[in-house]
Design a protein around this ligand. Sequence first.
Ligand SMILES: NC(=O)c1ccc[n+]([C@@H]2O[C@H](COP(=O)([O-])OP(=O)(O)OC[C@H]3O[C@@H](n4cnc5c(N)ncnc54)[C@H](OP(=O)(O)O)[C@@H]3O)[C@@H](O)[C@H]2O)c1
Length: 333
Amino acid sequence: MARARMMKAVRVHAFGGPGALRYEEVSRPVPGPGEVLVRVHAAGFNPPDAYARAGFANIPAAVRPVLPLPFTPGSDISGVIAELGPDVTGWAVGEAVLGLVRFPSSPGNGARGYAQYATAPVAHLARKPEGLDHVHAAGLPMAGLTAHQFLFEHIGLAPGSTVLVNGAAGGVGHFAVQLAKGAGAHVVGVASGRHEAFLRALGADGFVDYTTTAVPDAVREADHVLDTVGGPHGHRLLAAVRDGGTVSPVFSGEYHRERAGERGITFPSGQVYSDGPRLAGLAGQAAAGGLRVAVDSVFPLDRAADAHERAARGHVQGKIVLRVAEEGDPDAE
Ligand SMILES: NC(=O)c1ccc[n+]([C@@H]2O[C@H](COP(=O)([O-])OP(=O)(O)OC[C@H]3O[C@@H](n4cnc5c(N)ncnc54)[C@H](OP(=O)(O)O)[C@@H]3O)[C@@H](O)[C@H]2O)c1
């Protein structure tokens, strides 16, 4: 029997804090039908990676997913196709790709992106344009698709409407600000004060520093709120929305929905999902300079725990990314 080919990967053997992320040697995965094997050059961090690492302790026990251990987190990848699985046509070894891989997925069937190699269904991949490097490409998939799916699928954003983006400087928020602005909306970003210049440079027409100002003191009659923060105080945003407007929880929150319903406010929302063709559109925009992927910080794969520590400190501006292959690494070609 052929010896399994090995690779480096980060695995969680017991749920816990960032220290639960272990860098070790494991077998390379094998692509199944409709999949390719990707040599990962960079993997994006997303909050669900940390939720999974901690065993989804933030989700009520009755509906908490049970992940089989050990597992490798990570759903956002950018890399180069190393092998084609059975039945794959139209893709070639050596092509650079990015993707939000197998999201959402059943427990244990996730993307396993924090690794030198990961398998991915080709339907979840987009070709990486030359003008977008792997680190920036890895920052795009989940957050970019979330912003796009919320604005154009759930909300149905129309030009001229006013959109308030709460958590505007974060991964999802900074893409939402740019995509809403590009669609002709009037955009107000809500974030801590340190992010004001960043958000104005991305096109925000208005800015509210939530650390000094209650949002409804600055904004009334918004058509839409995209709330990436949620939590027990989500309902405080309702006073900033017009009757008949919308509030879209990207993360779960308490919105006093019955009272909001009396004002005709609705809550269009959903779970982000893998979508290669839509991602290709976003990647094209990013490569052409029409969508900026802001990178908060970059960590090597063997320091994934530090990346999770960075996320836990909060106040993220853009995306946290793991660099898996160094530029010019001959093993990564
Ligand atoms: N529904 C879905 O399918 C879906 C998809 C993707 C993500 N999500 C969820 O959406 C949430 C955001 O994800 P992300 O990747 O954008 O996270 P992120 O990159 O960590 O960004 C969060 C941002 O929120 C800001 N913030 C924190 N408290 C705030 C407050 N009270 N008011 C306004 N801004 C505040 C932070 O900076 P400052 O405090 O400095 O402003 C930070 O920039 C996560 O909970 C994630 O799990 C859901």
